[in-house]
Unconditional design. Structure first.
Length: 160
């Protein structure tokens, strides 16, 4: 579990994201974003995108970057950690983790320490927790603003 923010990789990742989301207009609620600036100065913000698509990995960072937030870390499924995607993603703050950790107490401890390290450094991070329905699944879904958010979530929806 390791990730960093390399300027060249972040720029390449951002350009890839802009290309992938070129058919969408990204809109963010400026008032909600502004309300999050104060807590961001003193606390870690945990972003919980809906995980409806893999575009979340590019949409949220674009919105945050445009609004002056520091680069975030993100927890991503280890199934995506393959060359060249995984190598580039790790250098943009992606921490690849296993889907299930319940049978491995050592891995759970390592994951807990990784998250604790981010919180102690006041580094914001995102986590699309498994189990939140994706668009390709046929099951009924809730609103999709993310998991158990206690703070008002900014509207970072994308529309055509």
């Amino acid at each position: 579990m390791a990730a960093s923010h390399d300027a060249v990789a972040v720029k390449a990742w951002s350009r890839l994201g802009q290309w992938l989301t070129r058919a969408y207009t990204l809109q963010a609620d400026a008032n909600a974003i502004a309300r999050l600036r104060e807590p961001d100065r003193a606390h870690t913000l945990a972003w919980l995108p809906s995980h409806r698509s893999y575009l979340d990995a590019w949409v949220l960072p674009q919105v945050l970057e445009r609004n002056g937030f520091s680069p975030t870390y993100a927890m991503g499924g280890i199934n995506l950690d393959s060359w060249p995607f995984g190598t580039l993603a790790q250098r943009t703050g992606m921490v690849f983790i296993r889907r299930s950790v319940q049978d491995d107490p050592v891995y759970r401890l390592a994951l807990r320490n990784c998250i604790g390290h981010l919180v102690r450094r006041r580094a914001d991070f995102g986590w699309s927790i498994e189990g939140v329905a994706r668009a390709r699944e046929s099951s009924a879904r809730r609103d999709g603003r993310g998991g158990a958010c206690t703070a008002p979530a900014p509207d970072c929806s994308s529309s055509e």
